[in-house]
Design a protein around this ligand. Structure first.
Ligand code: PEP
Ligand code: MN
Length: 347
């Protein structure tokens, strides 16, 4: 159950709802949005009916939501959300636009990061990705440059004029990563790390939440709910492939997850064709498929010299590949009524 407060509700009105719910043995989570505050109720939902919450001052309406996630559900919020990333010229990710995010899988050095960022920027990307903390399957693989990597990414992002998105893998690093990043990424291996989800939620920074490679769509949305419960609804869902019996690709991009998640949740959904396939030759066809099913953006790996990449080289696009991808994918979103976020770059 969710209590939607009126835009002009006072703090005392919010407190009154919370204390009435707690007094009845329930728990209330307050989420402050830009225009209104909503309060998610957990506990004996049938019992809450007797509290007459909709009669309290400042309450706009009370919505009963049957799904196990509330704040991120479309039942609670029928209009689709647009998430804005960055402060100077915020980059939208949402239903009216199409956003290209590109950058190196990992920040390796200042030179490699700048070269990758220039490739991303000149191809028309609006956001720069790059990992400083890499959650590698093997403990012997390159683990990322840590804070040095964050510094490099932030400097390069400022130099090319792109907000940055980077992964955080440990609760203890959340504050540090948030001090550099415009958007925090939670990767597939941490989708169900609930303490991490709560911590990124508490930063108030936009979050890109990748789908766990063995998670159902419902589990993914419940993970998003952990972030939302901390008052942060600036969440972008990222479908990055799930584990199946197929071995031709690293993971199987679950293309149906895009319209399914859009039907269940108001949050934007993007796809990561690089990490799902693990193969550069599939990035373009999967991107086209993602756009066709309504993805709000794509995130792809680029590297100036993919053969030398310290992480995920086989899927990294070269500059030439990225330009070809960008030119090809730019044609499709406008056919589906979407504006390209960065349409200043000629196809
Ligand atoms: C990444 O984007 O760098 C990454 C590690 O992705 P995933 O969590 O999807 O494997
Ligand atoms: Mn990678």
């Amino acid at each position: 159950m969710v209590v939607v407060m009126a835009p002009d509700a006072a703090q005392s009105d919010i407190d009154a709802v919370v204390s009435r719910v707690r007094g009845a043995g329930g728990e209330a989570f307050v989420s402050r949005g830009v225009s209104r505050t909503i309060i998610g109720l957990v506990g004996d939902v049938d019992g809450f009916g007797a509290l007459n919450l909709d009669g309290l001052p400042g309450v706009s309406n009370v919505v009963r939501i049957s799904s196990p996630y509330k704040l991120v559900s479309r039942q609670h919020h029928p209009d689709m959300t647009t998430v804005y990333v960055g402060t100077k010229r915020p980059v939208p990710i949402g239903p009216d636009t199409f956003t290209l995010i590109a950058g190196p899988c990992a920040v390796e050095s200042p030179e490699q990061t700048l070269e990758s960022a220039q490739l991303a920027q000149s191809a028309g990307a609006s956001l720069l990705r790059g990992g400083a903390y890499k959650p590698r399957t093997s403990p012997y693989a390159f683990q990322g440059l840590g804070e040095k990597g964050l510094e490099i990414l932030a400097e390069v992002g400022a130099e090319v004029g792109l907000p940055i998105v980077t992964e955080v893998v440990d609760v203890g690093d959340v504050e540090l990563v948030a001090s550099y990043a415009d958007m925090l990424q939670v990767g597939t291996r941490n989708m169900a790390n609930f303490a991490l989800l709560q911590a990124v939620g508490a930063t108030g920074k936009p979050v890109m939440l990748k789908r766990g490679m063995t998670a159902t769509i419902e589990e993914w949305l419940m993970a998003a709910e952990y972030i939302a419960q901390r008052g942060n609804l600036d969440i972008v869902l990222c479908e990055r492939g799930i584990r199946t019996y197929e071995t031709a690709t690293r993971n199987t991009l679950d293309i149906s997850a895009v319209p399914v998640a859009h039907g269940l949740s108001h949050l934007p959904v993007i796809i990561d064709p690089s990490h799902s396939a693990g193969r550069r030759d599939l990035v373009l066809p999967l991107s086209r498929a993602g756009i066709a099913v309504g993805a709000d953006g794509i995130i792809v790996d680029v590297h100036p010299r993919p053969d030398e990449a310290l992480c995920d080289g086989p899927q990294a696009l070269s500059g030439t590949d990225l330009r070809a991808l960008a030119a090809a994918v730019r044609q499709l979103p406008p056919l589906l009524g979407r504006r390209l976020v960065n349409d200043s770059v000629p196809a």
